[in-house]
Design a protein around this ligand. Sequence first.
Ligand code: MGD
Ligand code: MGD
Ligand code: SF4
Ligand code: MO
Length: 691
Amino acid sequence: MDVATIRTVRGACPHDCPDTCALRVSVEGGRAVRVQGDPDHPPTAGVLCTKVSRYTERTYHPERLLHPLRRVGRKGEGRFERISWDEALACVAARLKAIAAREPQAIVPYSYAGTMGLLQGEAMAGRFFNRLGASRLDRTICASAGGEALAATYGGKVGMHVRFFAQSKLIVIWGSNSVASNLHLWTLAQQAKRDGAKLWCIDPRRTETADKCHRHLAIRPGTDGALALALMHELVAHGWIDHDYVDRHVDGVDKLVERARAWPPERAAAVCGVPADDIRELARDYGTTKPAAIRLNYGMQRVAGGGNAVRLVALLPCLVGAWRHPAGGLLLSSSGWFAPYRDDAALQRPDLLETVYGPAGRGCRPRTVNMSTIGDALLHPGGGAFGPRVEALVVYNSNPVAVAPESRKVAAGFARDDLFTVVLEQFATDTVDFADIVLPATTQLEHLDVHTSYGHTDVLLNEPAIEPLGEAKPNTQIFRELAARMGFDDRCFADDDETLLRQALKGVDLAALRERGWASLPLPDAPFANGGFPTASGKAIVDAPGLGVPDLVPNHECAETAPALAARYPLAMISPPARHFLNSTFVNVKSLRSIEGEPLLEIHPDDAMSRGIASGTAVRVFNDRGTYRCRAEVTTRARPGVVVGLGIWWRKFAADATNVNELTSQRLTDLGRAPTFYDCLVEVERDASAA
Ligand SMILES: Nc1nc2c(c(=O)[nH]1)N[C@H]1C(S)=C(S)[C@@H](COP(=O)(O)OP(=O)(O)OC[C@H]3O[C@@H](n4cnc5c(=O)[nH]c(N)nc54)[C@H](O)[C@@H]3O)O[C@H]1N2
Ligand SMILES: Nc1nc2c(c(=O)[nH]1)N[C@H]1C(S)=C(S)[C@@H](COP(=O)(O)OP(=O)(O)OC[C@H]3O[C@@H](n4cnc5c(=O)[nH]c(N)nc54)[C@H](O)[C@@H]3O)O[C@H]1N2
Ligand code: SF4
Ligand SMILES: [Mo]
């Protein structure tokens, strides 16, 4: 290769991952030939995960969608014919116009974090749906239980700086498989380990991360609140509370102490299904080691009591004054640090709603549809509190047919003949199979974007490295052209991506961002060493208005709350992501799929033996919502009573075109209206229908 002809372009990983890596894309003759981690960006440190190291394989994948398509088969069949952009846009605009003339709220956008970019996310799309007066989408599918819990406790989604984990002496990795889903945190944790730190992992599954920590507490799913309360019990009983910090910076601690007194380790041990002595050991480590850091992650809040559990865990570092040190405290999300620097209103223009509904406060506002219950929403006949029946769905940056809970209902909703569905996609996902019109979207190498992060505190720029492939267009451009077809003549629809970039941020030097590819927010090392939480009082909050003092909220589906159900479906199923997929992204990249093999259900030897199941046995996993067929892997990675269906496979790659979400429920969390993917009882048996 002639080095002189290779150009390097600065990029940002677009995926829904806390690490938000800075990329360097090598381009030769207009073709991206390599994607590497930026060695100069500290959080990335020149390293990418296996998935994104193969990004060119994804961009140049032979199955990329490269021109617009119109459905010719039945919904779900995935048979399409090629049409021109002109035909596609005219068709979409005509249908949306006709519906909007009667009832704009019958149109629902559906998007999540296929790209986390501010431009290709909700910028032009936000303007489009606001101007249209479409229903709003409550984007709850991942993080809103924990997010609202953090806001109730600290006043925002804020926490430790990830870089200081390297200096911690105790790291508790709680509800997270860092090796798989937060790789760069894991590198820092290993550094700390080499320097003598003790590592604990709290996870029902013995993950790759648990293997490498000193201690692992395999608690039952949804029992984190009990564990946190027992830890508090021990902190109080042994005098490990930092009274000076608590008195000055925590509001309402007496009520918490009173509650914790009712949770001796034995009580929590019975609920969590772990030895009381292990809880005592963790409490002693946490109470006596400084600095102590907790890496909490969203894996532990996908249960009925996820919000309360996060509130309880988030109070632990307040009780021991861990925040005094930069390497102490807790990190669940850093996204709140960006709030003063983002101008979402300038990008999304909520004021455009006034064109349809009149000035805010007078006209009614469009209703909000929760993305986590999209199955029920699509099957709702309309009327009552729900409002108008959903007549059109515009999907981008998401694959709801694979990722949303209770997918039998989701698929049935998408299969409605009277529903008009438009999907903007890079690949023919399970959701695309149900589309009336498919619009081909560019990948991160082909468009401009700017990124914040939920795992570190740098802003990243992504410059386009190559021209769009085929007839693919950036989401921004697709919504710009659709707006023109709809006759939206507001000037903001003419803004190009460079203009959007200038509007996206406040107080960030764009020239410097262009120069280096990233810019760090100016923040103190130990943000809450002297309190100063972003709450009204500046204190961390125990008794939050309207929420009360946090407590253990048991799962919707467990022996305690649903004994009859638990008798029929005695196994709790969790479905965390497989390491080489990112949610349902990358499942179609062959080299990554071949590492993961096939859809598997991990089951403990005791549970397998009593059911006549061996590794490799074809099994039927079922509950009242549906059946999922896959192969069993008998392993002690699963604890007794808990099975693990690693996700999130595309339905079309599975034996019977289902995935784990066939079994998950649409019931929501205590806070944040979020899904309860890991609160799901099932039974497993040998699959008699398998040859
Ligand atoms: N490789 C890879 N990386 C990813 C993703 C991916 O799909 N693949 N997804 C990205 C996204 S969207 C997100 S939100 C983040 C998620 O980041 P994390 O929340 O760190 O997600 P996971 O790695 O799935 O870790 C969740 C862990 O929680 C455990 N768990 C399940 N139920 C409970 C419980 O009740 N209590 C406790 N303590 N633990 C429980 C699971 O066994 C699993 O090991 O990761 C991002 N990174
Ligand atoms: N059972 C179970 N279900 C889960 C989870 C679980 O742990 N267990 N995890 C949940 C979580 S944490 C999350 S965040 C959700 C994730 O759900 P989604 O946000 O839907 O994530 P993906 O499955 O990665 O799908 C993103 C899609 O966006 C597309 N895309 C990427 N970039 C672009 C772009 O620039 N333009 C357009 N038009 N499309 C683009 C990708 O090709 C991909 O198909 O899933 C949830 N579902
Ligand atoms: S998926 Fe995460 S670890 Fe992998 S390159 Fe993207 S940001 Fe980095
Ligand atoms: Mo997520």
